[in-house]
Design a protein around this ligand. Structure first.
Ligand code: 0WK
Ligand code: 0WK
Ligand code: BGC
Ligand code: BGC
Length: 955
């Protein structure tokens, strides 16, 4: 039993290997040292407070306690406790009776302490190996020490105790929030006083240790962020034979006589339940060998468990050790000479010394692992200690400390005795758990606001359907919030389009000027484009900001726009946006060497425009980030034409103004003839589709189809979505450039999702649920939480660490818990947006199916927009929602690779072709009927499609 330093270092190394094995996902099942995750992720931080119940079962004494933890930095804990016996018939009887007994004791405690009916959270210290998947659960792997109740192994002791407590529901209203091992409770108790404490060791009836391990090393639990406490269950070290070389015949004999032979072999060489027995077996052998007591063998010496650890401790006391030994041997009915007593003392010392040495070797292995995890040369740490053997044995602590420090000289270890047992620690864990639970409830309450039920989504779909019809009907159109704007795009390109076209793409993230070359027949399109920025002050040009000087001088402003030219500044401003656009066109034409070429131009203008023809569009109102003055109510083509005139450098033939949804539909329709819907999920939110002329009451004619720009962003502006609008949506709307408008867009599009998240984070922080309740200046800054961050934060590949990094960049100092919550908030907001999009789209494809009287509709939707393109989950959730809410429509989603510029060019090409055709026709008819020139304009204006439509057929 004398273990040399080399042997101890070897045992230390073996234990290090065992720990690695236990932590490994593949090696854990065969590991003897189980390294059980405890789901305790942090030591107390002083914010714990409240009243808790605590049960301490498994050590030498069974205790029930009430613990009052108060914060306010006073860090004091009041405890009232009551011990209850643990009779053998209970702890070795039937499992159900065991838990009923525990529940009875708890009920008795509640009665004596007048705590009946108080709803108190409970922390259960259960000092046996339990497999946990969460804090409030523990499946007993195997009994140890004195316990052997039947039918408990392999079951969840938390639910067993909860069931047993139901019997007392009139007295007991207790919620078990946490199950912790006594080592964990001990570590937490000591950590409350010493934050360096990250290890807990019990050397009592049994022995065991826990410590804080890095999540990245715990393969059995998801996540790599932060740390979690691991209950090593080192008592089982050697159960796989790893310690056979140091186990003695006495160890084997003791094990065979134990309640759990072959198990807990390391514990059986160390802990209090066995130390006395080892001494007895040794003394018995020596007596049998005639080496002691003159070979006398008293019957007591043959009785198992007759010598207890308290006897060993007594015999090893410095002064009265010898006297105690004589007295104890006498009580055992042994005649002991002076020499016998010295020899017996010596046996005790050898046995208890080995115990301390073995503990020290395993503890040294843990300390080494901590030092390596932290990549430190020197580790400073504190080990929380408890257990009767460690507490009452006179020499034990000193010996243990000495050997530990010898084995790990590069660790400064403080040993801190847990004065009040592990229950205080268990209360801390429960306090953290109840705080986390309470926070979880509050967070779930907020997230629940964004969780739409199927019924709600069906409601949105049906309401959208009503609004669509509303917008199409002449008499309800004026009041419709979903404006259903005719676009005068009546046909899809047929491949005969050809030529060079300019296209402008304004309104999305980037402003683009494009040159599009379309070659007929092979349907090939080549594009060159340049991205230009639209400065904020131009997007939202307002009177004051820009001094007149900067604009074109008053005198130089040609009097072409009498209504617009208010004296002084404004003239300069409205000039601003369109002049800026023309500036960009000029740069592009320079860059492309196309200054002289009078190219036809298609203008993608991604805002709600009321059109009278393909090349006329009056801006109804700005949306998204635009607010330039003196544009709303104006014809954007005219404003562009005037700006081009003002610049007087080049001339363009603006043939068409289209919405980006229309451009997107056309771009995709060029490849897939089934594409009759265009969807934008980007900065803004909108959808267009090909509608039957007969349903479009605003435009003459019943033949064929015309594309309708729904402008569904305004859905809900009449309050029909208020049942699902949250306070956060209201806050975003109030802080937007166009309060009260575009409500559906503000719940779904890229410009606003980040803001919704920011509002939620502010609210959660105000409730103290995030960022330690501190609202940083950055968090108060509008627009700081861009939607791109949602896409990054929600990507599965991203570890929490990276989420924290993103939050750091936003000046938000977050804990890993904070990062988890932020990720959830982002997920809830983007999921709702995608589901709302799905509900809206389901309404339109269902309408198309019914309008065409199809049992099943096969349709393609052309999609564009950074939210749809870049968000990791948005497109999938949108598609699933459409499938769910429009099951009789087989919808294919086609991503628009080339943007709407191509579509705008195709529409321009079609418009140009039809323009030519019309001109030729008119000439032909003129010749035929010599009709008055002006009539045909009126004719065309009144029935744009039929004429054109007809034309196409005749070709
Ligand atoms: C006191 C702790 C208890 C632990 C016991 C271990 O409060 O949780 O189980 O120490 O020591 P023992 O009583 O087994 O000697
Ligand atoms: C790219 C299109 C453009 C549209 C934009 C929308 O070419 O017309 O406005 O997508 O997406 P966003 O850039 O707003 O995310
Ligand atoms: C148990 C451990 C416990 C230790 C100390 C061992 O028998 O397996 O869970 O921590 O005793 O009480
Ligand atoms: C505009 C739409 C546009 C959508 C997507 C909305 O704000 O009102 O016209 O299609 O954004 O860019």
């Amino acid at each position: 039993m004398r273990l040399s330093d080399e042997t101890l270092l070897d045992i230390m190394a073996r234990f290090q290997a065992e720990m690695q094995k236990g932590l490994g996902k593949d090696t854990n099942p065969t590991a003897s040292v189980k390294m059980l995750p405890t789901f305790v992720r942090a030591i107390p931080d002083g914010s714990e407070n409240g009243e808790f119940l605590s049960l301490d079962l498994g050590g030498s004494k069974f205790r029930v306690l009430k613990v009052q933890v108060s914060e306010e930095g006073k860090r004091n804990v009041q405890m009232e406790s009551q011990f209850y016996p643990t009779p053998n018939e209970i702890i070795r009887g039937n499992g159900t009776e065991l838990f009923e007994y525990v529940a009875d004791c708890l009920a008795d405690f509640m009665r004596t302490k007048e705590l009946m009916q108080k709803k108190l959270p409970l922390g259960l210290t259960f000092s046996f190996p339990c497999k946990q998947t969460k804090l409030e659960e523990g499946v007993l792997l195997s009994w140890t020490k004195k316990f052997k109740a039947r039918g408990v192994q392999g079951t969840d002791v938390v639910s067993s105790l909860t069931n047993a407590m139901r019997k007392h529901k009139q007295d007991l209203d207790v919620d078990i929030l946490a199950l912790v091992n006594d080592t964990v409770g001990t570590m937490m108790t000591c950590a409350y006083d010493d934050p360096y404490c990250e290890v807990g060791v019990i050397i009592g009836t049994g022995t065991n240790a826990c410590y804080m391990e890095d999540m990245s090393n715990i393969e059995l639990v998801e996540g790599d962020e932060g740390r979690m406490c691991i209950n090593t269950e080192w008592g089982a070290f050697g159960d796989d034979g790893a310690l056979e070389d140091i186990r003695t015949e006495f160890d084997r004999e003791l094990d065979l006589g134990s309640l759990n032979p072959g198990k807990q072999l390391f514990e059986k060489m160390i802990s209090g339940l066995y130390l006395g027995e080892l001494v007895r077996l040794i003394l018995l052998k020596m007596a049998k060998a005639g080496l002691l007591f003159g070979g006398e063998k008293s019957s007591a010496l043959h009785i198992k468990g007759k010598i207890e650890t308290r006897h060993v401790a007594a015999m090893e006391k410095y002064k009265e050790g010898l006297a105690n030994t004589r007295e104890i041997l006498t009580d055992l009915g042994l005649e002991a000479s002076e020499a016998d007593c010295v020899a017996v003392q010596h046996v005790c010392t050898v046995v208890s010394f080995r115990s301390a040495n073995l503990c020290a070797a395993a503890l040294a292995a843990i300390l080494t692992r901590l030092r390596e995890n932290k990549k430190l040369v020197r580790l400073r740490t504190t080990v929380g200690m408890d257990g009767t053997l460690y507490k009452i044995h006179p020499q034990y602590p000193k010996r243990l400390h000495k050997v530990v420090r010898k084995l790990v000289p590069n660790c400064d270890v403080r040993f801190l005795l847990s004065e009040s047992g592990s229950t205080k620690g268990a209360a801390m864990v429960t306090a953290v758990a109840s705080r986390v639970q309470a926070q979880r409830k509050q967070i779930d309450k907020v997230l629940a606001l964004f969780r739409l039920t199927r019924e709600q989504l069906v409601g949105v779909r049906d309401k959208m359907r009503v609004e669509l019809e509303y917008g199409l009907k002449r008499d309800t159109h004026p009041l419709a919030t979903v404006k259903m704007l005719p676009t005068y795009v009546c046909g899809m390109p047929d491949g005969t389009e050809k030529g060079k076209f300019l296209a402008l793409d304004l309104g999305g993230t980037n402003f683009r000027v494009l040159l599009v070359k379309i070659r007929s027949g092979r349907r090939s399109v080549r594009m060159y484009n340049k991205i230009f920025a639209i400065p904020l002050e131009i997007m939202q040009g307002t009177g004051e900001e820009v001094n007149a000087g900067q604009g074109v001088p008053r005198s130089e402003v040609p009097a072409c726009h009498p209504i617009q030219c208010r004296p002084g500044m404004t003239a300069a401003l409205s000039l601003q946006l369109f002049d800026h656009i023309v500036q960009c066109i000029a740069d592009f034409l320079d860059y492309m060497g196309l200054k002289g070429a009078q190219l036809p131009l298609g203008f993608t203008f991604s805002f709600p425009c009321r059109q009278a023809s393909i090349d006329k569009g009056t801006l109804i109102e700005w949306t998204k980030g635009f607010k330039a003055t003196d544009c709303e109510g104006e014809d954007v083509v005219d404003m562009l034409r005037e700006a081009i005139k003002r610049r007087n450098e080049f001339d363009l033939d603006i043939v068409a103004v289209v919405n980006d949804t229309v451009g997107t539909m056309m771009t995709c329709g060029y490849e897939d003839r089934n594409c009759e819907v265009g969807l934008i999920a980007g900065t803004g939110s909108n959808m267009c589709y090909m509608e039957e002329m007969r349903n479009i009451e605003l435009v003459e004619g019943d033949e064929g189809k015309m594309c309708i720009n729904t402008e569904w962003g305004g859905f809900g502006d009449n309050g029909c979505l208020d049942d699902i609008r949250t306070q956060y949506d209201k806050e975003v709307d109030e802080g937007s450039l166009n309060p009260g408008k575009q409500r559906y867009e503000k719940m779904t599009s890229g410009m606003y999702l980040g803001e919704i998240v920011r509002q939620i984070l502010i609210d959660l922080t105000k409730q103290g649920l995030l960022f330690r309740g501190q609202i940083s200046e950055r968090l108060r800054t509008r627009g700081i939480f861009e939607t791109k961050f949602l896409s990054q934060i929600e990507s599965d590949r991203l570890a929490l660490l990276q989420v924290r990094r993103i939050l750091q960049q936003l000046g938000l100092d977050s804990t890993c818990e904070d990062s988890i919550v932020v990720k959830e908030v982002c997920g809830a907001v983007s999921r709702r947006a995608a589901e709302l999009y799905g509900a809206g789209l389901a309404a339109i494809v269902e309408k198309r199916r019914e309008d065409q009287g199809f049992e099943h509709l096969k349709i393609t939707v052309g999609v564009d927009g950074t939210l749809y393109k870049l968000h990791p989950h948005f497109s999938r959730i949108l598609q699933e929602t459409v499938k769910e809410l429009a099951p009789r429509c087989d919808v294919t989603f086609m991503l628009s690779e080339d943007g709407s510029g191509k579509g705008a060019a195709l529409i321009t090409a079609v418009a140009k072709r039809l323009q030519q055709a019309r001109r030729e026709n008119v000439k032909r008819e003129q010749k035929l009927r010599s009709i008055q020139p002006q009539d045909e304009e009126a004719l065309i204006a009144r029935e744009p499609c039929r004429k054109l439509f007809m034309l196409k057929d005749s070709n």
